[in-house]
Design a protein around this ligand. Structure first.
Ligand code: ATP
Ligand code: MG
Length: 231
């Protein structure tokens, strides 16, 4: 069964012209363990695609399915890293994660929270209020939150934002480890090509190019293709 499946997926924000939705009739599927690198110029619809599969937005038509279920009722199967941290500033990193652990029904939440915080190098700062952490430190906590409940699907929307080289390595470890199914957007093509097994390019809401099997040797041709689309 495909873990991630878009069927005629179309999405529109309030106020968007009827003829120009953010996402238009997108069809694709990922089997367990496949990692999709989603590329495209600014405004192409990448974050919209991620939001739909994170269950944060409703489709105008078509379906976003996670393990065969509508994404909105499959949130426990999905971990999300995006620009929005979804953390509470007034709570500490550990308190934030305990909250999410409860929400997801994680077994032995205190142990699990300590484990993931240590995996992202934040054990020492576990009790500091998130509002007092740097952007990159907050992003590390966001990564810990995304994997807290060991979801089979990870959605990573420009996950490297604000991260130093060591934390970027963490993303790679998370993405490649554990046989997870991943959707990744990034403007760092070289990193993306190292992580993806498949790629799709969105332009103005439509998939305009797809490729199974991805390697760093595609860098030149893809850069040209993306530059042409951005014009
Ligand atoms: N909250 C919103 N309200 C209204 N329109 C939006 C909203 N978010 C995105 N859009 C519009 O939807 C389209 C797709 O945006 P989206 O954020 O999915 O692009 P993206 O591919 O993630 O771009 P970027 O590379 O800049 O992150 C754009 O035309 C954008 O203007
Ligand atoms: Mg985006």
């Amino acid at each position: 069964m495909s873990l991630v499946r878009a069927e005629g997926l179309t999405a529109r924000y309030p106020g968007q012209p009827v003829g120009m939705p953010a996402l238009i009739d997108v069809n694709l599927e990922l089997a367990a363990g496949e990692r999709l690198l989603l590329l495209g110029p600014n405004g192409a619809g990448k974050s919209t695609f991620i939001r739909l599969f994170a269950g944060l937005m409703r489709a105008a038509s078509g379906r976003a399915l996670v393990a065969g279920q509508p994404a909105r009722s499959a949130r426990a199967l999905v971990g999300v890293v995006s620009h929005a941290t979804y953390l509470y500033d007034e709570l500490s990193a550990a308190e934030n994660l305990r909250l999410y652990a409860e929400l997801y029904g994680v077994a032995q939440p205190a142990d699990r929270v300590a484990t993931v915080l240590s995996q992202v190098g934040m054990a020492r700062l576990a009790d500091v209020r998130v509002g007092r952490l740097s952007r990159g430190q907050q992003q590390r906590v966001t990564i810990a939150r995304a994997v807290l409940h060991e979801p089979p699907v990870l959605l990573l929307d420009e996950p490297e934002t604000g991260l130093d080289a060591a934390a970027t390595g963490l993303i790679e470890h998370l993405t490649l480890g554990g046989g997870r199914t991943v959707v990744l957007t990034t403007h760092n093509l070289a990193t993306g090509l190292r992580l993806g097994t498949h790629l799709a390019i969105l332009s103005r809401g439509r998939i305009v190019y797809e490729q199974a099997g991805v390697s760093l040797s595609d860098l030149g041709a893809l850069t040209d293709r993306l530059e042409r689309l951005a014009r």
